[in-house]
Each structure stands twice: as structure tokens, then as C-alpha cells.
Design a protein around this ligand. Structure first.
Ligand code: TXA
Ligand code: MG
Length: 367
């Protein structure tokens, strides 16, 4: 639940509404709000809304002025393209000149859901939305509020994650309010998101298709549908290490960076704990405030100012859902040094480690 006092402090003209799509669907009141939010988007305004991955900051994807407003609200460089969100597969034909067979197969398998496809764009999509590119990123989210809002708005919603540029993507409406209060027309609170990390991005304009950003839909899952799938070299290695820039413009920025200096420590669990404790003692002696991101199993062993559990080691879904919230909490608590355990890079773990490595500026200690 939202801490109202905190929200009101930051809100100016932003309207804040709550819609929780329960099993019985939307109430009459919810439908009225969704209709109003749709109108805001049609008129060129901005509405932040929940998706199953993270909260999005929505504008009309076919209106260049709306896309400009999105960049402004986020403080985001305008060469970093936006994802166009649709609610029906048929909507794709207006924004993509020719739909490749791979896109049909992927949509059948994973839409609605946390998968974004890069496809050639049609003239209907303004360059303001694609950051000047000839391709467009498209996703059909599965969150009922997102789907209803897209339909109410005319069918095409450009939505980056609803955080200020450089902050972790928001997994709660309260985080959206912190970053976007006073910068958007409306924030729809749909509770905590389901996944907690942004969608998988797969580029279908190259052969073989290539993952530009890992997410809940893993390489293995894509390969079952498409056969061979490549992975952008920069996903788990720094740009300097692999000597090439990431293909998704947004992945080149140092995103998700906490204010504290984050180090990932990799090795056998006991050795990792000992190392972190030693470093934490030294740092604290020199006046630093130290935070630790640990797994539930190891938590009791840490000595630091703030120790946070990211979940049980084997429970990747819990770790993904908690990670961005922890980074924000450390900022709030003004932690200056952060140490994190390292996680498996298999399956969904690849997405977790990709975000953690970016947050750490690829600073890893192997022991
Ligand atoms: O889960 C998600 O995808 C969330 C929710 C709100 O749907 N959205 C999201 O959007 O993460 P954003 O803007 O934060 O990230 C979009 C990423 C950026 O890294 C951007 O560079 C990349 O997608 N991208 C967008 N269009 C692209 C294109 N045509 N070619 C390559 N990369 C593209
Ligand atoms: Mg983002």
C-alpha cells in the first residue's frame, strides 16, 4: 500500500488513482478511471501504469509530441528509443510493414507477456518514438490494467520504465510517485508488479535473432520456438571487455546505479561472507555506511550497517522482484558502500546478473 503522506508531499498536479484488477475484473469505478486515463493519452498527456514487468510511463506512441514529453519527464537522452505497447496482435500491422514469420511464432508463444520484439517500422511510427531508428520495439503486456489502458487510448502506448533516467525501474506505484510526481498527468497504482525486471528484448531484424536485453523469457525459451538465438555480447560483460557497444541504445547507459558504490563478490558462499565482513569492517572504520545484499541462507552471518535479504538463493523469481526495491532502499538509507553476493547466470538468472552488473558498473571481486 502507498504511504499517502509521502505521495502527497511530492505530488503537484499528478492525479493518483488505484485500480486492482481482481478475479471479477474491473469495477464500474475502475472502468471510469481507465476511460479517463485513455482520454489523457489521446490528448497527448502522460499516464504511468502497471505492467507485469515494471511500471511504465505511457504516452501516445504515434504522437511525436507525446514522445518528446516522455523524454523530458524522464530526463532521458532522446536517442534512446521507446517500446510501443499494443493490446492486440492485429495492431502490429499498422506499425510494421511486413510481419515476419518469427514474430507470429513468438507472439503465439509469449504474448501477451514480458517479450519485446524489434521489427522494421512503418511510416506510422514517428522517429521521435524510435529515437531516429528505422526499427521499432513492440510488446504486448499481460497486465490487465495495461491492456485496458492501451485499448482505451487508441491502441499504441509508448512506455519506457517509469523511473527518472539512471534510477532503478519502479516495481511499486510509490516509487513512480517519487520519481514522476508532478511530471505526469496521472499515475495508476495497480499494486506490486509480478516480475520486477524489464522485458526480454529480441531483435528480429538480424539473422539469427539476437537477445539485446535478457528478461523473464529466457534464451532457452526463445530457442524452443525459433531455433538458434544469439545473445548480445555486452549482456554479461562490460563494453570495454567485449570491445563493442550494446545494440539496444538504452543498454549502453549506466542504468540502475545506486548512489552507494556497489561491488559484487563472487565465490564459495562462506568465503564470500568472510570477504564482505572484512571489507565492511574496514569501510565502517573509515566512516562509510555499509549495506549488504545477501541471500536468506547467509543473512545472519553478515556484519554491516544495513543487511537486506534478496530472497532464497534458488528462488530467482523472488530475487528479481526484490532487486530494484533494495537498490532504492539503500539510496533512501544513504548507504555509501554496498556489497552483493553473486548469482547464477543460467536461465532467468542471466537477467538478474545483467541488471546487477550494470548497477555495479561491472565491478566484481572473484575470490
Ligand atoms: O518491461 C519493459 O519492457 C518496460 C515496461 C514498461 O514495458 N519498458 C521498458 O522500457 O523497459 P525502457 O524504455 O526502459 O527500455 C527500452 C529498451 C531500451 O534499452 C532501448 O534502447 C531499447 O529498449 N530499444 C527500444 N527500441 C529499440 C530499437 N528499435 N532497437 C534497439 N533497441 C531498442
Ligand atoms: Mg528503463
Amino acid at each position: 500500500m502507498i504511504d499517502r503522506s509521502r505521495v502527497n508531499r511530492v505530488m503537484k498536479e499528478t492525479e493518483f488513482i488505484e485500480i486492482s484488477a481482481g478475479v471479477g475484473g474491473f469495477t464500474q469505478q475502475d472502468k471510469m478511471w481507465l476511460c479517463r486515463a485513455g482520454e489523457v493519452l489521446r490528448r497527448g498527456g502522460l499516464v504511468a501504469f502497471p505492467t507485469e514487468t515494471v511500471y511504465g510511463l505511457g504516452g501516445d506512441a504515434l504522437n511525436p509530441d507525446s514522445s518528446r514529453l516522455i523524454y523530458e519527464a524522464k530526463g532521458r537522452p532522446s536517442d534512446n528509443p521507446l517500446i510501443v505497447h499494443i493490446a492486440d496482435f492485429e495492431a502490429l500491422s499498422a506499425i510494421v510493414p511486413e510481419i515476419p514469420a518469427e514474430a507470429v511464432k513468438l507472439a503465439e508463444a509469449f504474448w501477451p507477456g514480458p517479450l519485446t520484439m524489434i521489427l522494421p517500422k512503418s511510416d506510422a511510427v514517428p522517429y521521435e518514438t524510435t529515437g531516429g531508428l528505422e526499427t521499432v520495439a513492440v510488446r504486448m503486456p499481460s497486465h490487465p490494467v495495461a491492456l485496458a489502458l492501451i485499448r482505451e487510448s487508441g491502441g499504441y502506448v509508448a512506455a519506457p520504465s517509469a523511473n527518472l533516467s539512471g534510477k532503478p525501474s519502479p516495481t511499486l506505484a510509490a516509487y513512480v510517485a517519487e520519481d514522476m510526481g508532478g511530471r505526469v498527468d496521472m499515475i495508476i497504482d495497480g499494486g506490486e508488479v509480478g516480475i520486477g525486471l524489464e522485458s526480454t528484448i529480441v531483435d528480429l531484424t538480424v539473422t539469427p535473432p539476437r537477445i539485446l536485453r535478457p528478461g523473464y523469457i529466457t534464451r532457452e525459451m526463445l530457442q524452443q520456438v525459433l531455433g538458434e538465438v544469439a545473445v548480445d555480447a555486452t549482456i554479461l560483460r562490460s563494453q570495454q571487455d567485449c570491445g563493442e557497444a550494446p545494440k539496444a541504445p538504452g543498454m549502453k547507459y549506466r542504468h540502475y546505479a545506486p548512489a552507494g558504490d556497489l561491488t559484487i563478490v563472487s565465490g564459495a558462499p562462506e568465503a564470500v561472507t568472510d570477504y564482505i565482513n572484512r571489507r565492511a569492517d574496514e569501510d565502517r572504520a573509515s566512516g562509510e555506511k555499509v549495506g549488504v545484499i545477501g541471500t536468506e541462507e547467509m543473512l545472519a552471518r553478515y556484519r554491516a550497517d544495513v543487511v537486506k535479504s534478496v530472497g532464497h538463493r534458488g528462488d530467482e523469481e523472488a530475487i528479481a522482484k526484490r532487486l530494484y526495491a533494495i537498490l532504492r532502499e539503500f539510496d533512501d538509507e544513504e548507504v555509501t558502500k554496498i556489497y552483493s553476493e553473486s548469482f547464477s547466470t543460467e536461465g532467468f538468472g542471466q537477467a538478474i546478473m545483467n541488471r546487477l552488473l550494470k548497477a555495479a558498473g561491472h565491478h566484481v571481486v572473484e575470490i
